[in-house]
Design a protein around this ligand. Sequence first.
Ligand code: MTE
Length: 335
Amino acid sequence: MSKNRRRTIWRPSKPSWWTPESAATDEARYRSRRRFMQSFALGSAAIALGCDCGPREAATLRPAQPSPPEVLNLYPAQASPSHRIDEVTPENIAATYNNFYEFTTDKARVHELAAGFRTRPWQVEVTGLVDTPTTFDIDDLVRRFPLEERTYRFRCVEAWAMVVPWTGFPLARLLEAVGVQSGARYVRMVTANDPEQMPGIRSQGWYPWPYHEGLRLDEAMNDLTLLATGIYGHELPPQHGAPIRLVVPWKYGFKNIKSIVKIELVAEEPPTFWHTLAASEYGFYGNVDPGTPHPRWSQASERRIDDGSRQPTLVYNGYEEQVASLYPGGPSATP
Ligand code: MTE
């Protein structure tokens, strides 16, 4: 593949997901790159490591503010043997194809526009129907709950898919720590709302900012539900939702709220960002379901962002065994 051809990867004339086969990295290469990155104290922004591609594809792979050494040293975390998948999406591809409307709707530019996003100091307020409402500093949170690495499939409602190694801890651990009261039935989560740093909030005033999402309490307590603070063996970069985001792998990507500042336990189903905008297109549950088309496209198959291959969509994105019991009526039935 010639260099010139490589440079065309993100041109709008091609589908935005298009990428040459040669850009794909196998698991062994990801792991060896990970060892390489561990061996260097890489903390600052704007590093395009292991990306044998042109400058247009260079991704910012780190947060703008490095964490204290004792937090940085927690990465990479121990990989969970029960959450391993071999075909990991190359990091530079996942890091340059993002949805984060607070910055821009252009997937290929989120990483550039979010590069300087200040993620420290950062606090997460846990409030509502809990015994001990607590505001956690992000570094205390990361030190308090043991981190693990889990590789999950990820499926966007737009029908693209990837496989990504997250680092984080189950949301259940945090909820247990603050004590969930008996009246709590849902968890509401809210993203930072900072128009000064987030140009998409300024330019797209019609969206119901801040981005907000929700889960039913039993979904939130499911062992798969992660609060992620890292990806590919290091801290999250801004485009992936630094410093802390939700990962619910059996649901469409829009449920995976980024850059969380508030987690609130509530009694009623909370309104959610996309459901408020277009209720007929984005349900509260958002479970991956090949049998229920989006009103404007089929969900029967998905497109891998690394090699463009099409594969059948899996019910609950392949996590049926772990979550089907939560939905007696099936993935798309309204309970
Ligand atoms: N969270 C916030 N705050 N704002 C967003 O625009 N987009 C969602 C989700 N979380 C979004 C968000 C959508 S639609 C997707 S597909 C995923 O983030 C994309 O995550 P990624 O960019 O890390 O792949």
